[in-house]
Ligand binder design. Structure first.
Ligand SMILES: C[S@@+](CC[C@H](N)C(=O)[O-])C[C@H]1O[C@@H](n2cnc3c(N)ncnc32)[C@H](O)[C@@H]1O
Length: 323
């Protein structure tokens, strides 16, 4: 392969790493099964989705009646360079609307490129109730800010690391957003462009012959009611008698807990827990106090070392959480 071709491949792969992970139908079904009832009479907007290939569009179209939807819209971004499914796009973006039968499905050209931030797409956003999609990872912060600004419901896929963005953490802390049901390996993998294989990345092939890459780092993020959120974490460990397992921070009056399942049931003070705790977070059981920082505003540390990001939480039961 020529140096130029290799560079092109690297450039594509770098971009694909963040933006070209296409969602599999099985993962959409696995998550969406927990939200039936949330869509009755609603207009759903998939605003980063080519309706010709998007499994989100496919899912909602197929289940339109069962979910009781009112309207489904998917808009497609067409950048000049092309993407996985439209290598040399002609013209700009477009959207597709569906209201319950083949006869109602209509494709409409957009004047612009279909960027979710464009006035045309913002207008489509205004008309919808729920946004459901997997947006480009590189624009995740902006994407969430826009949906929240417009007061929309949402169910979207993102990288777990996005929780560390302060705007997103603050939404979670204030119960304006929470994690969905599936996380990490609970999302089986994303369809990626074929050149991933050439690039040497580990991929498998799914039942429809598409290259799929498994990641352990994605989450569903939502503000839709989901039943798992009402479940309380069953705590079995005790702090009393096991103090050596829970070192205290140098710069905060609290203890470090390395694994969510090790949160002690008899500790009423601050506890630093890993980010994945949020998957088990029930706001009636715990309060989220702060992210990452000690009382001095610096990263939480133990014996001068600050190895991990931690979320500081406190039990709402004053440490007396019943099993
Ligand atoms: C992570 S992929 C997911 C695609 C699809 N939502 C799915 O789940 O299969 C993100 C998609 O967003 C599109 N995209 C990139 N920038 C965009 C933008 N500014 N506005 C709307 N869509 C964009 C990309 O072309 C890509 O198709």
């Amino acid at each position: 392969m020529s140096r130029n071709a290799t560079n092109q491949l690297l450039k594509k792969a770098k971009k694909a790493k963040s933006d070209e992970f296409y969602t599999q139908l099985c993962d959409i079904e696995r998550e969406l099964q927990h939200y039936t009832g949330c869509f009755v009479g609603k207009a759903v907007y998939c605003n980063c989705d080519d309706p010709r290939v998007s499994n989100f569009y496919r899912y909602f179209k197929t289940n339109f009646e069962r979910l009781g939807l009112r309207r489904l819209v998917a808009s497609c971004y067409c950048e000049q360079e092309g993407d996985l499914f439209t290598p040399s796009p002609q013209g700009g973006g477009f959207y597709c609307e569906y209201t319950g039968s083949e006869a109602t499905e209509r494709f409409v050209r957009l004047a612009g490129d279909g960027d979710f931030r464009s006035p045309e797409c913002v207008e489509l956003l205004r008309q919808c109730d729920v946004v459901v999609t997997n947006p480009p990872f590189s624009l995740f912060r902006e994407f969430v800010a826009q949906i929240v600004r417009h007061g929309k419901q949402f169910l979207i896929i993102g990288n777990v690391n996005a929780i560390t963005y302060k705007e997103l953490f603050s939404l979670i802390q204030n119960d304006k957003a929470w994690l969905g049901v599936n996380l990490g390996r609970g999302i089986s993998g994303f369809i990626v462009p074929d050149y991933y294989q050439q690039y040497g990345t580990e991929v498998s092939v799914n039942s429809t012959g598409q290259a799929v890459i498994a990641t352990n780092s994605c989450m569903w993020l939502t503000n839709l009611k989901q039943p798992r959120r009402d479940e309380k974490l069953v705590l079995t460990r005790e702090y009393a008698g096991n103090e050596q397992d829970y070192p205290r921070y140098d710069n905060c009056d609290g203890i470090n807990v390395d694994k969510t399942q090790d949160i002690p049931k008899d500790y009423s003070g601050l506890m630093g827990v890993p980010i994945t705790f949020l998957h088990k977070y029930n706001p009636s059981q715990f309060e989220i106090v702060r992210f990452r920082k000690g009382d001095d505003g610096k990263d939480l540390c133990i014996n001068g070392k600050c190895p991990y990001f931690r979320i500081l939480i406190r039990s709402r039961g004053g440490g007396l959480v019943k099993n």
